[in-house]
Every structure is written in structure tokens, then in C-alpha cells.
Design a protein. Sequence first.
Length: 326
Amino acid sequence: MEAEQTIKPYVLGLDLGGTNAVFGIIDAHGIIKATTAIKTQECASAEDFVKNATEALQIIIDQVGGIGKIKGMGIGAPNGNFYSGTIERAANIAWAKGIVPLADMFSQSLGIPVALTNDANAAALGEMAYGVAKGMKNFIMITLGTGVGSGIVVNGQLVYGSDGFAGELGHVIMVRENGRSCGCGRRGCLETYCSATGVARTAREMLSTTDRPSLLRELDPEKITSLDISIAAGKGDKMAKDIFEFTGRMLGQACADFATFCSPEAFVFFGGLVKAGELIMEPIRRAYAESVMPVFRGKAKFLVSALDGSTAAVLGASALGWDLED
């Protein structure tokens, strides 16, 4: 084992997001030795994506001594199926509307074994190995980005279910009457309200259905982002604060329901939206305390990821690479 790791001391990790694909080369201590990135949506097809990625990767692979130093590769991807190594109908990636055998495609292109899992599962693996969930065996990772993802860890193992798709908590329906349309084809999903894009959607609805004064009215409604709302809230804007209150309450109520099936030690939040800090975390905790079953009250921690940017997902994805057979 030692000799093998000396010969192949690194693994590759890929965090495949709706906007950017971030790659890292990681050693056995979890130290990222080199990184690169490409734009996900600039590729016309999965084949183009793998081609562009391979070209970008070659530069950092050469930096660590060539592909012979790489034991394997792990990928965290939306709608990623751990069992089959495929991405299946990923709503936020134009070239992944069908079933894409991405693990096999990278394996053939790079000549190394490749494993793939859901992007939120990868983030959970990274947090469990290197972040605030280190040492925990029961927790739920919730990623708040373009969508809402989740990784559920029970008894120290990720929950995959019978088909590899268990744990899509972002697609739990929260609003059944006149719910917002979702990329998954249903209506009222948590993702449509509590993702960064959902928060911007809430802002547009408030601006168009009320005449309340707000700093947000100075912006083009179609270009408003969750960061804009966070900045306005930081300046005391009441509407912006109400948007975070609405979002946090829904997340807290959802977490109260999630607690019933796995009694987690903690909920760990990750992604751009959590940069709003207490603007969103305080209403999450409050709504959870108000909604959760008494038997679970006061037990779960509400934590923010200790890993910056896509680090958790890259590290978590890379962890898959160590278990691959040459």
C-alpha cells in the first residue's frame, strides 16, 4: 500500500457546477497541490466538455509529474449517480439533459479509473473528512447555490438508496398550491425558493406585487442576485431583510421535517447563499425550533461549512479516487 501511494501519491477531484467546473489535484493529506477551472456552459456537448477539461488538466497534471502520479479521479456532479457513473437529466447543465456516462468518458480520456457522485454528496464527504463535520456519523449537508442540494450521512455512510438518487431534498415540495415551476418538471420544490436563484425570484415577486420602498428598486429586476439582496439587507433595507426571513423560515421548516427520518447531529450549510450569515441562519434556527417534533428539539447543531468556495466539493470528490482499483 505504501509503495503504491509513493508511486501514485495524488488523486484528481472535480466539482462540476452549473457555471464552473473546478478541478484539483490532492495528496493523501487532503492538501490541494494544483487547481484549474473551465466554464461548464461554454461547451456544446459532453464530448466538448471532456475535451476542454482534459486540455486544462494536462497543465496541472504535468506540474505534479504526469498522469503516472495520479491514482484515480472523483467527480461531484449534479444528478450524479454513484452506481453507474452517469449524470442523468441535470437541469442546470445544457449538455446533460439526457444520461451522460461522464465517469467512463473521463476514464477513457485520461487513462485512469474514475468514480462519480452527486455534487452535494461530494461536499458532504469533504466536510466529513476535513471540515466542521469531521468525526460526525449522522449529519445532513445542504448546499445553497444555483440549486439546493443535499448529502445525507447516516451511521457514517452516505445515503444512495436503491438507484443512486436518494436524498434529493432540494426537490421536496414545500408549496403545493400555485408553487413555483422547477427545472425538475414539478412545482413548489424547496430549490425554487431557497437557492440563490430562488432568493432572486422572491425579490422580483416582492418588487412586482408591492409598492414598498427598497434599495432593490434601483436595480434591474432581471439582474438582481442574492448578493445584491444581501448588500441591501446589510444597509438596513426592510424588504431585503424580509426576503432572507422568508427564505430562512422555509429552510428551517424543511429541516424540521428532515430530522424525522435520520435524527442528524447537525445540519451543515454550504454555498454562496450562506455568506449572508445571520441574515439567513437566524431565521433557519428559529423556524426549526418552532416546527421540529419535541423529541428532536435542541439536539441538532446548525453549522456553516468551514471550507471555502468549492474546496469541500473538490476534496470530497477526490476522496472517491483513493478507493479506486488501478
